[in-house]
Design a protein around this ligand. Structure first.
Ligand code: FAD
Length: 456
């Protein structure tokens, strides 16, 4: 049975960041993931905003992790060739009640250390965002809110972890656990492993995994669905900033923003549900989101919708992150990373390494990620790329080959999509699926011809 210092359960953005941190710091790491490929839970469908933490709960662990995560992403993104669109956000008030909430929100932002916010009146908002509906009342700008690629970030953390010796096991669902003296024996659907420390980073299944490990759970996952509408690329020209509403106690509300891939999204909703797996879309919600988008940017009315998606947040009965270390039992729980995990992942990983008392190591290897942002010098412009396989998203055969031979290669169509963007454009795979099936034959653990259980 293979022995490790640390076994991390769950390869979402948080598990990948933890694997990176622990591997760089010198631990022998195994990352266990139940799906065919990584990022199969909450991390597959979010808004892709790198938050500053301006509206996070004051003096919270969440705020600390967001700020540390943001700072580390900014520090490392160039070395890993990861996009960072520092477009800034506008928080917009549309009625008296929202206007009245602005001073409190700005005070909170300053208390949270985000001091570069700028109050804006109606005229300056319309100058900054000429397509904004004229009935906007007031707002403020958060200059450092940014957009990133939610998948290449996580893959970069994972690849760097693997380059430092971490092992990824997919199709390895944790099914049983025993604490034997100072060590854990973990049974998974891909065999048993032994580790001194277990980190529960199972996201939407965090409470379930906690019960496998300890027989009980001190928190309960309450999945909260967020649906999005994705507009075709010409719509992205309508918004320069991330357009945020005044948040409520429950949700940050419906956002209108570009993606680094050149689309424009409107969403997410915040819908409590029981299922942890099914993130279904419904047509009335899609229409409502389109209407909301059009009340913010009236010119959206003439634009085509490319796609829709939904993600599930691993919310719990409390708002805060549910992070706890019980070192006498060799267990760290990283649960309830509800709605800011993309921004906070690197900060969470540093925090957990500190809890465990790991000495910070120096990275020896840096993966160079394929740059998929619309504005970047994409591979289809470079010689020797093998030609374009997906014409909507301009994905080259060389990019597909790179994803299939990466430090953690794609194992399924969903994994390949998230690494390259194949099938995610206007035709949604109509033009390239047959060729992809040929190119990946015999190389996925879930062949395309048998359907894709990890599909979005
Ligand atoms: C609609 C929406 C919008 C969001 N917008 C943003 C945003 O703009 N910015 C931001 O910072 N954050 C955002 N988030 C939040 C962010 O996406 C989450 O906080 C983050 O993805 C949580 O990651 P995780 O790794 O904790 O969980 P997950 O991604 O759920 O990962 C857990 C992994 O554990 C695996 N697993 C579960 N059980 C087992 C088992 N028994 N054995 C092995 N593996 C197991 C799962 O398959 C999964 O891959 C948003 C989330 C949603 C849903």
């Amino acid at each position: 049975m293979a022995g490790y210092d640390v076994a991390i359960v769950g390869a979402g953005i948080v598990g990948c960041a933890l694997a990176r941190r622990f591997a760089i710091d010198g631990a022998r790491v195994v990352l266990l993931e139940k799906a065919h490929d990584v990022l199969d839970g909450a991390s597959k469908g979010n808004s892709a905003i790198l938050h500053t933490g301006f509206d996070a709960p004051a003096n919270s662990l969440e705020l600390d992790c967001i700020k540390a995560g943001y700072a580390e992403y900014v520090e490392i993104h160039r070395r890993m060739n990861l996009p960072l669109d520092r477009c800034g956000a506008l928080v917009l008030a549309w009625n008296d009640e929202q206007v009245a909430a602005l001073p409190g929100l700005m005070a909170q932002a300053r208390e949270n250390g985000v001091e570069d916010i700028q109050p804006m009146d109606r005229a300056s908002l319309l100058r900054a965002e000429p397509q904004l509906a004229h009935r906007v009342r007031a707002g403020f700008r958060v200059p450092r809110e940014a957009l990133i690629d939610p998948w290449s970030a996580a893959h970069a953390y994972l690849y760097q972890a693997v380059q430092h010796g971490a092992e990824l096991r997919c199709r390895a669902a944790l099914t049983a656990a025993d604490r034997l003296g100072e060590r854990w024996r973990l049974d998974t659907t891909a065999g048993a492993v032994e580790a001194g420390l277990v980190i529960n980073a199972a996201g939407l299944w965090g409470d379930h995994v906690e019960r496998i490990l300890t027989g009980e759970s001190w928190f309960q996952i309450r999945p909260r669905k967020g649906q999005f509408v994705v507009y075709d690329k010409p719509a992205a020209a309508l918004a320069r900033h991330i357009l945020l509403p005044v948040p409520s106690k429950i949700t940050k509300g419906v956002v209108v923003c570009r993606t680094v891939f050149g689309n424009l999204i409107v969403g997410p909703t915040a819908e409590e549900q029981d299922s942890r797996e099914v993130a279904s879309l419904d047509s009335q919600t899609m229409r409502d989101l389109q209407k909301t988008g059009e009340t913010i940017l009236p010119a959206l009315a003439g634009h085509e919708v490319t796609a829709a998606y939904a993600g599930l947040r691993p919310a719990t009965e409390e708002k805060g992150y549910r992070i706890r270390a019980d070192l006498s039992r060799g267990l760290v729980t990283v649960g309830g990373i509800r709605s800011t995990g993309l921004s906070a992942a690197l900060g969470i990983a540093r925090h957990v390494a500190d809890l465990v008392g790991l000495r910070a190591g120096e990275a020896q290897h840096w993966p160079h990620m394929p740059m998929l942002a619309q504005e970047a010098q994409r591979d289809f412009l470079q010689p020797g790329n093998g030609g374009i396989a997906c014409h909507c998203e301009l994905v080259t055969r060389r990019e597909i080959e790179a994803a299939m031979s990466a430090p953690a290669p794609a194992n399924s169509l969903a994994g390949l999509k998230r690494r390259t963007r194949v099938t995610m454009g206007r035709c949604q795979g109509f033009g390239c699926t047959a060729e992809l099936s040929r190119m990946t034959e015999g190389r996925f653990t879930q062949p395309m011809t048998r359907g894709d259980p990890d599909a979005d």
